[in-house]
Design a protein around this ligand. Structure first.
Ligand code: ATP
Length: 238
């Protein structure tokens, strides 16, 4: 398996406040990697450091063997990394279809775009039903689906998901996680999933990382993490 992403000793800051400390993390092509941790642990900052919104002050971020530590977010997106940010951030006034079209704005392969649109509608039939409705009229779960489908329209190699379960009912979360797994299996998309819902996230991930106070404190296969006493107590409420 080839390495798609590698963070080495990454230190990230907001002004003088350090948010990440010596973060080491890697993802191989085709994996689903789960990053769990409490509120404020640094999970979102890790994702933002990968996509260039926050620049690591020291250490390095390598994507497909290339150093992208100092690249702009635009360039990084252009290389196949796409983020679904926390809080979804769809365009509420645009229709579902227009939101999806926006996801493909960097592409010009018309037939490929049309195929991916059909694939998105197959994954999320509810979006097909609502294709002419404004995004803002959708339920929270449907908006999360739209945000994921829009990201897929960019045909990313690496999809970053920031707390897709946030604020959603358990049944909807399960549905969304099933689809994330399906996309990974069918389209081969590599997934970096950040979650506070550790239980579900560890069930769909291959390997996982646990973050506390800006540091990676534990990493293993998700099966092992699910069985780990410390993880059970701190993150699974067992
Ligand atoms: P959450 O689940 O709440 O998003 P998180 O694990 O994603 O938590 P981060 O959002 O990465 O955590 O935050 C890590 C640390 O950086 C926290 O101490 C937070 O207060 C701080 N932080 C995050 N964003 C900013 C910002 N824009 N300016 C200053 N400090 C910030």
């Amino acid at each position: 398996m080839s390495r798609i992403l590698e963070l080495t000793k990454v230190n990230s800051f907001y002004g003088n406040i350090q948010a990440l400390y010596d973060v080491d993390l890697h993802i191989d092509t085709g994996e689903i990697i789960t990053l769990i941790g409490a509120n404020g642990a640094g999970k979102s900052t890790t994702l933002m450091t990968v996509c260039g919104v926050v620049q690591a002050r020291s250490g390095s971020v390598e994507y497909q063997g290339l150093d992208i530590t100092k690249e702009s977010p635009n360039k990084i997106v252009g290389q196949g990394i796409c983020q679904v940010p926390e809080g979804r951030l769809i365009f509420p006034e645009l229709t579902v279809q227009e939101n999806l079209d926006m996801g493909a704005f960097m592409r010009n392969d018309k037939s490929g775009i049309a195929r991916d649109l059909e694939y998105s509608y197959d994954l999320f039939p509810i979006l097909a039903e609502r294709r002419r409705q404004p995004g803002g009229n959708l339920s929270g779960g449907e908006q999360q689906m739209l945000a994921i489908a829009r990201a897929l329209m960019a045909r990313p190699k690496l999809l970053l998901l920031d707390e897709p379960s946030m604020g959603l009912a358990p049944l909807v979360v399960r549905q969304i996680f099933d689809i994330i797994q399906k996309v990974n299996r069918e389209a081969g998309t590599t997934i970096f999933l950040v979650e506070q819902n550790a239980n579900l996230a560890l069930k769909i991930g291959h390997r996982g990382y646990v973050m506390e106070n800006g540091r990676i404190v534990l990493t293993d296969t998700c099966d092992k993490l699910l069985a780990d006493e410390q993880v059970k107590k701190a993150y699974l409420g067992l």
